[in-house]
Every structure is written in structure tokens, then in C-alpha cells.
Write a protein that binds this ligand. Structure first.
Ligand code: PMP
Length: 349
């Protein structure tokens, strides 16, 4: 048994996956009497089950991301891949997982759903990566380490060399969530999955690609880990409309939109500190800014009244007094700035 196999839950290692009718069928289309579908296309033409392995779409993702299909998993958002990590590697009541804090909430929620002990390691000053504390928190039952870079909600991307050092020295699986990597000059470590068998890189079409509505996430990993993910996922986890829409959209990368969001992020980061109630704007490598203000609840409520919804993170440990503001279109950002100026005026009165 190799080092990765040893990390896998016993019941998953020996699992016989559900074999779909379409898994068994190879060859040119004929008369489909195998899957108990309706033979009638109906109003939507969606009477057939979708490809359970998403071959056509994965070929496009492979070309786009420069990795072989065998190293790619597609999920119902990257949230599906997060949940699968616990289900594949962690035995309830026995194993544990590590998360940095503050970070994306679903790592914690998925641990709770799967009844897995979670060890939360606070980020250092200015949200730096707590390398030594991560090593100290690791024991023989630590199966997963979730790292998010750029990190949500702090916005900073970690130094790739530091990340690689952690991955190389970690005895379990490192899940590196790169949902916001397209907005960062630090780039992606996805090519490193060929080098580190314990690395799983998550990306998504929900952010830079502007397709949050279709729910499509990616995981890049060693072919054995991908095979495990395919074994555990629901058979038809990506719907036909989602596969079709993504296949069409992936012909081009949204470079112009991403460049505009990055420009707007910098413009907001320049303008926001001028407001007297803004104490700190953290540098961001993502499409949002974490902003510490005088009274986060009051400002959140004011913006809501103006029809502007931001994320109130003030009750998250490490983010006290903070709002997380997503970068919008130039017009939306202008509306935000105007509303902030109104808030300032109403507070001077
Ligand atoms: N990872 C991070 C860091 C996120 O912030 C989010 C969503 N906000 C996700 C993953 C989930 O992405 P998806 O839409 O692909 O499920």
C-alpha cells in the first residue's frame, strides 16, 4: 500500500462504486433502452442522463488548465469536493482535520456534517500562514489540512514557496483552495499535483469565470485521488445543462473582466481609507476587500438600506469590526463609494 492509500478510510478503499448504465456503454449512439429514462425528449430535450464522467467537458478543462483528464475531478461547485475530502479520508470519532482561521466556512461546516474533529489554527499577524503551529497541531490522526490562497475572507495569497514547504512536509492530504487564484499575481500551484501526491487543488467556475449559477467546481490531484473522488461522488453529479453551458463558455477566458475587477479592487483599496470611519483595508489578491470600520453593524445596516449588500464578518474571530466587500462593476463600486460618502455625512450631523 502506498502512502496515499494508507490515508484512505478502510470502507472507501474497498468500496465498489455504483456503475451507471452509461459507464458500461461504449460505442456509437444507438437505441437506449438501458437506463429507464423516458424515450421522449419533453419540452427541454433533457430526457437522457448526462455523462457521469463529463468526458467532453473535461477535455476542455484539461486544455484550459494544462493537466491530463486523469488529474481532474468536476463537482457540483467546489463545495462538493470539500465534502468528498472528509468522506474519503476521515473516519468519524478517530481522525481529525486542520483549518486556518479565519478562512472559508464550508471547511468547518463539512467537518461538522461528517462528524470529524476540527483543529482551528489562527493565522498570524496580518493573516500570515502559521507554519509552526500547523506542524504542532498535526498528529498521527490528522488526515487533512485545508489552506485557502488567496484566503477568504482575508484576501491575501500566501507565498507559493511557503505553501510548497508545508505540502512537502505534511503527512496527510493538503487541500489547497484556489477559488480566487485568477485574481492573484501569485498564480496557481495546480501543476504541482504531479509532484506532490498529497496535494489536492480546488478551483471553481463561480468566481473569475462568472458561472456561479451553474455550480461547477474543479479539483486537481494525483490520478488515484481523482479515482477515489469519482468512486464516492453521486453518479450524475453534473447536470446536462451545466455541462453544456460550461463547455460552450470555456472557449474563452474572461481576461478582460478579471483585469477590470483587479483594477477596480485597487481603485477601491485606494479610495476606502480616505473615509474617517475606515480603519484598515487589507491588501487583497482576490475579488473582494476586507475592511475594518468603526461600527461594522451600523455601516452594514446603512448600506443595506441603500440596497447594497456586503458581508458582515465582524463576528468572525480575527475579523472583529470587519466587512467583506466584493468588487462589483465600476458603476456598482461608484454607488458604494457614494453611499459611503452619505454615511460619512449622516455621521457628522
Ligand atoms: N472556496 C472558497 C474559498 C470560497 O470562497 C467559495 C465560495 N464563496 C467556494 C470555495 C465555493 O465555491 P463553489 O461555488 O465552487 O462551490
Amino acid at each position: 500500500m502506498n502512502e496515499i492509500e494508507k490515508l484512505v478510510r478502510e470502507n472507501i478503499r474497498s468500496l465498489s462504486p455504483y456503475s451507471t448504465a452509461r459507464d458500461e456503454y461504449q460505442g456509437t449512439p444507438g437505441v437506449f433502452l438501458d437506463a429507464n429514462e423516458s424515450p421522449y425528449p419533453g419540452a427541454l430535450g433533457l430526457n437522457r442522463y448526462p455523462d457521469p464522467r463529463q468526458k467532453a467537458l473535461k477535455a476542455r478543462v484539461s486544455a484550459l488548465k494544462g493537466l491530463p483528464v486523469a488529474n481532474i475531478f468536476l463537482g457540483n461547485g467546489s463545495d462538493e469536493a470539500i465534502d468528498l475530502m472528509y468522506r474519503i479520508f476521515c473516519t468519524p470519532g478517530k481522525d481529525n482535520a486542520l483549518v486556518i482561521a479565519p478562512s472559508y466556512g464550508m471547511y468547518t461546516v463539512a467537518a461538522g456534517i461528517n462528524d470529524i474533529q476540527l483543529r482551528s489554527i489562527p493565522l498570524g499577524p496580518d493573516f500570515s500562514l502559521p507554519e509552526a503551529a500547523i506542524r504542532e497541531a498535526t498528529d498521527a490522526y490528522t488526515k487533512l489540512l485545508f489552506l485557502c490562497s488567496p484566503n477568504n475572507p482575508s484576501g491575501n495569497a500566501f507565498d507559493p514557496a511557503q505553501l510548497e514547504r508545508l505540502i512537502a512536509g505534511f503527512p496527510g492530504i493538503v487541500v489547497l483552495d484556489e477559488a480566487y487564484a485568477d485574481f492573484s499575481a501569485k498564480g496557481s500551484l495546480r501543476a504541482r499535483v504531479c509532484q506532490y501526491r498529497n496535494l489536492v487543488v480546488l478551483q471553481t467556475f463561480s468566481k473569475a469565470f462568472g458561472m456561479a449559477g451553474i455550480r461547477l467546481g474543479m479539483a486537481f490531484a494525483d490520478a488515484y485521488v481523482i479515482e477515489l473522488m469519482n468512486r464516492v461522488k453521486y453518479p450524475y453529479n453534473i447536470s446536462q445543462p451545466a455541462q453544456d453551458a460550461a463547455w460552450k463558455a470555456l472557449g474563452s477566458t474572461p481576461e478582460e473582466e478579471v483585469a477590470e475587477i483587479v483594477r477596480e479592487r485597487e481603485r477601491l483599496a485606494d479610495r476606502l481609507p480616505a473615509f474617517p470611519f475606515v480603519h484598515k483595508v487589507w491588501p487583497s489578491d482576490a475579488n473582494f476587500l476586507l475592511v475594518r470600520v468603526d461600527d461594522a453593524d451600523a455601516l452594514y445596516g446603512f448600506l443595506l438600506e441603500q440596497g447594497i449588500i456586503v458581508r458582515n464578518r465582524s463576528r468572525v474571530k480575527g475579523c472583529e469590526g470587519c466587512l467583506r466587500i466584493t468588487v462589483g462593476t465600476p458603476a456598482e463600486n461608484e454607488k458604494l463609494l457614494t453611499s459611503l460618502a452619505d454615511y460619512e455625512k449622516s455621521h457628522l450631523r
